[in-house]
Design a protein around this ligand. Sequence first.
Ligand code: MLT
Length: 268
Amino acid sequence: MKARINGMTMGYDDRGAGLPIVFLHAFPLNRRMWTEQELTLSRIFRIITVDLRGHGESEGSLESFSLDQAADDVQALLDFLAIEQAVFVGLSMGGYILLALYRRHAHRIQGMVLADTKAQADTAEAKNGRVHMAETASQQGPAAIADIMIPRLLSPATIQTKKQLVDDVRTMIEATSVRVITADLTAMAQRPDSTSLLPSIACPTTIIVGELDIATPLADAALLADRIPRAQLSVISDAAHLSNLEQPLVFNKLIRSFAAQRAAKWNR
Ligand code: MLT
């Protein structure tokens, strides 16, 4: 489906009924990374998956793009769908955007799942790494970004044994244009530190991390869980950064249990 919102066209899917759960994808992927969640969880909840600006089927200006703008796009989609409040799941860059959404539009958030993400801003070294990656993208194209990213996103065992999954991730990355990769990298490098926001987060929050995540490791998840009042932390075995793709059954179970508690209140 497509929505004309906030001066852009947003690709999204909206499946199922009941408590709305909105899924925000990682860099440099698109909403297809949530297929397993959408298929299973839409039997009980209303599952909305979103292509962030420039990704998948979404198109829009990337001039002065920021993660705050991505958060505003998501809130505009909520308006378009006449959804007042939803549960949100953000993985990695999707988690950075979810924290921006909380800063800007907290009243739209009924609960948050922060998966394989972190609150800290980029270090100087991480910012340099992004500049380098943007240069690689412009010189060699998205296929080179897939080569760099896949070992950071997936565990060695997944890379060795789950060819289809690896191919799907590669296809998503290769479908992302250099212009979008560069805009995301710049926006992520410029994102503010959210650590000081964490103690003021008032909505129910749960944190998920793959035990083998090297991009946003357990220590980053533990910091989120320590600082956000009453947050729960779940560590998924045999999963790296894309824990929802590597261990969909476990990931879905965690979302189902978190959302079921929110749905009980939503139905009242
Ligand atoms: C992601 O998966 O969205 C990225 O690894 C996030 C990042 O580069 O900080």
